[in-house]
Write a protein that binds this ligand. Structure first.
Ligand code: IVH
Length: 702
């Protein structure tokens, strides 16, 4: 062990000891001044040896208490995204032809050289020196959470998530717990700089944390990316502390004195004390870059963190500036994605899980298998059609499973092996595995067999549905009842204290039973009752979302609330009237109507009202010039990307939909517009070009 590391260890232990003496025993042994000197020495050593920072370092302790809510964090330089390219898997590669490069790396050639028949890409944009090789930096594409850290005169002052690129959420209190995040930059650059990178879970630590959770009877986290996101958004930094998060630096935001090349920027980050991925390479030309990209992929499954591709960047900052941006992504960088990792494992069992709406879906339980660094135990079989027709799943099958980023792992195939045909096919149960009620299947649709649903109709008697509905009702985007999570819901249902959302509001009258419930106690009971009280003021759209009406998510709930203004008006609406709501399709209209035709559901709405839920109506439409108008965008616009046009329309109060229907007010068409334009002509919808659209947005024309 180096001197510095052993000194760090000694200082960590010593400072922790003094902390205990001071705070717990009220018997300090050294003066505050002496304590500060030791603390600063530790900080300085940690800045020079980021790998040696201990999780229990006193520099990682957050003096602050939990925050009440996450505050907005504004990025002074917008955080952009990257354009994507894909490495073609074997079998998916295109043959080279006059207008295709072919091969697994085709998208990279396209990016640098354009199409063979239509030269373009970086080389054309950069003009002149096309003969010379372009210098690149190749980096792993870390599958974490984008984060910006702000330093003032070398001190870490704040940090936040990417959000929409302009405003994210401030999570400084949690970032301070990350051990490899420098609190103070070595060499303390003057002024303000912001460093960007990814926060992610170390995989070994992730597995360890899951093992600990399991031992405590808690649910395992499904994947590292989502749990990193959940962890970093915690209000209480103590929840974050001790979880093995890391920060990897990969780009700069505000940096008034930036080096002239990306490679030097990465070197500067490392010198300041940041962790920079050791897989980053500087490459002369595309051939070398492709070698680096392939080399990173070859190491993918051994890495201590997850990656989903490589990022290739033009090294020279002057060239980057010359290339500029397309809408929200730099032209000088490309995220080159690898195909999702697959592995084969044995099927142990098929579990039929019952969702909150009663839908029964098959999940394959498999022998634990490592896929892309994570141990997978469950994989989705999607639906009856997929399980029985596409896969023809049989007991004991050897399966191919695949895991792509943060989507749930899925079964993509069953291996044909000798004797397989003799094993019995797996079929759907006749009765609900949760409550025993006979299952029903929605009418079969010959054209779309994957849409057939198998449901348990016992909505208010099936424990899976009862608990699911309560969990959904309490969730953050719905009624946001703090503290009412999965466990408490199960306890309440188990104790017979709540079967329907409206019964939650009667818990105040049953306080004694609540307090007596295992592990709850006086304080939590009071907090729960207060949280329930607060939730009575949620706006109508949130309550609609909370009711769990099939097909009604956040955005439909908002459209319905705006259109009808009250729950009563919505409940009385006919299918035809519902179909008139912007963005509501006939299938959704039918589902909503069916929901409110059910006497139980109507009674539940009345019970919520009686319990004090106010269904607060939305403010009268604060119409921008485009309020109530729906647009569809198609083709390439001459001066802006579709995202920008969409943002402008929405800022003026309009909506942008994905497809043209009789409800569309305008189609904005650019170059190479396709079938949407044809549809607009057919339906007689007004068609605008970019200039026309801008005139409508500004209110000059309608
Ligand atoms: S550079 C303007 N480098 O990928 C370009 N991004 O799809 C700034 N990401 O949100 C990003 N690894 O957070 C860059 N080595 C890497 C990266 C990386 C992962 C993330 C990034 C961004 C997303 C874009």
């Amino acid at each position: 062990m180096s001197d510095a590391v052993s000194r760090i260890n000694w200082l960590t232990d010593e400072l922790n000891r003094h902390n205990r003496l001071y705070h717990e025993r009220n018997a300090p042994e050294i003066t505050d001044l002496a304590y500060d000197a030791l603390f600063r020495e530790l900080e300085a050593l940690e800045a020079e040896n980021p790998g040696a920072v201990r999780a229990d370092s006193p520099t990682r302790k957050v003096g602050s208490s939990p925050v009440a809510e996450l505050k907005p964090f504004v990025h002074t330089v917008p955080m952009l995204s990257l354009q994507n390219g894909y490495r073609r898997a074997a079998g998916e590669e295109a043959e080279p032809s006059p207008d295709r490069w072919g091969g697994p790396y085709e998208d990279l050639f396209d990016w640098e050289r354009g199409k063979p028949t239509r030269p373009g890409g970086l080389r054309r944009l950069l003009g002149g020196g096309a003969a010379a090789a372009i210098r690149y930096v190749v980096e792993p594409k870390l599958d974490g959470l984008a984060m910006e850290l702000v330093y003032e005169n070398g001190e870490f002052v704040s940090g936040g998530t990417r959000g929409d690129g302009v405003t994210g959420e401030e999570v400084t209190h949690n970032l301070r717990t990350i051990t490899n995040l420098p609190r103070r930059l070595a060499g303390a650059p003057a002024g303000r700089v912001s460093v960007r990178g990814e926060v992610l879970f170390d995989l070994a630590g992730f597995e360890r944390m899951n093992a600990e959770r399991e031992a405590r009877g808690e649910k395992r986290f499904e994947n590292p990316r989502n749990s990193a996101a959940g962890t970093i958004r915690q209000l209480d930094p103590e929840m974050c502390r001790g979880r093995p998060l890391q920060f990897f630096a990969h780009s700069a935001g505000e940096h008034p004195d930036a080096p002239a090349s990306h490679w030097e920027l990465l070197a500067q980050f490392a010198a300041w004390g940041f962790t920079v991925s050791p897989l980053c390479r500087r490459c002369e030309g595309l051939e070398e870059a492709i070698e680096a990209i392939a080399a990173i992929e070859a190491r993918r499954s051994d890495l201590p963190y997850e990656i989903d591709g490589a990022v290739i960047k033009v090294d020279d900052v002057a060239l980057q500036e010359e290339l500029g941006f397309v809408t929200r992504s730099p032209r000088w960088a490309l995220a080159f994605k690898y195909p999702p990792p697959q592995v084969s494992t044995r099927l142990a069992n098929v579990l039929f899980s019952v969702g909150r709406t009663g839908q029964v879906t098959p999940v394959a339980q498999v022998e634990p298998a490592r896929v892309g660094g994570v141990t997978v135990r469950n994989a989705s079989l999607h639906n009856e059609h997929q399980m029985q027709r596409v896969l023809g799943l049989r007991h004991g099958d050897r399966l191919i499973i695949q895991r792509a980023g943060d989507v749930i792992p899925e079964v993509v195939g069953a291996v044909e092996e000798p004797g397989r045909e003799e094993r019995p096919l797996i079929t759907y149960p006749e009765a609900c595995p949760e409550c025993g009620h006979a299952l029903v299947r929605s009418l079969s649709d010959e054209a779309r067999p994957e849409m057939v649903q198998i449901r348990c109709p016992n909505t208010f008697g099936c424990p899976a549905q009862v608990e699911g509905a309560l969990r959904h009702f309490a969730s953050r985007l719905a009624m946001d009842i703090e503290g009412l999570g999965e466990k408490l819901v199960a306890q309440l249902v188990g104790a017979g204290l709540a079967r329907r959302p409206s019964e939650l509001y009667r818990l105040a009258e049953r306080r004694a039973e609540l307090v007596a419930m295992e592990r709850l106690g006086e304080t939590s009971a009071r907090n729960l009752i207060e949280a329930l009280e607060r939730s009575k003021d949620r706006p109508l759209d949130r309550v609609l979302m909370a009711l769990g009406i099939p097909t009604v998510g956040e955005s439909t709930a908002r459209d319905l609330a705006r259109f009808f203004g009250s729950i009563e008006a919505l409940m009385e609406a006919s299918v035809e009237r519902l179909d008139e709501v912007p963005n509501v399709a006939l299938t959704t209209a039918t589902a909503i109507h069916g929901f409110f035709a059910d006497a139980d559901n109507r009674a539940e709405v009345a019970a919520l009202r009686a319990a004090g839920v106010r269904f607060v109506p939305p403010p009268a439409t604060v119409g921008g010039p485009l309020a109530g108008k729906t647009f569809v965008l198609t083709g390439t616009l001459p001066s802006m990307g579709r995202d920008e046009m969409k943002a402008r329309i929405e800022a003026a109060g309009g909506k942008v939909a994905g497809s043209v229907s009789k409800k569309t007010d305008y189609v904005v068409a650019g170059a190479e517009a396709g079938s949407k334009l044809e549809k607009a002509v057919e339906l007689g919808v007004s068609i605008l070009d970019e200039a026309g659209a801008l005139a409508v947005i500004s209110g000059e024309q309608s």
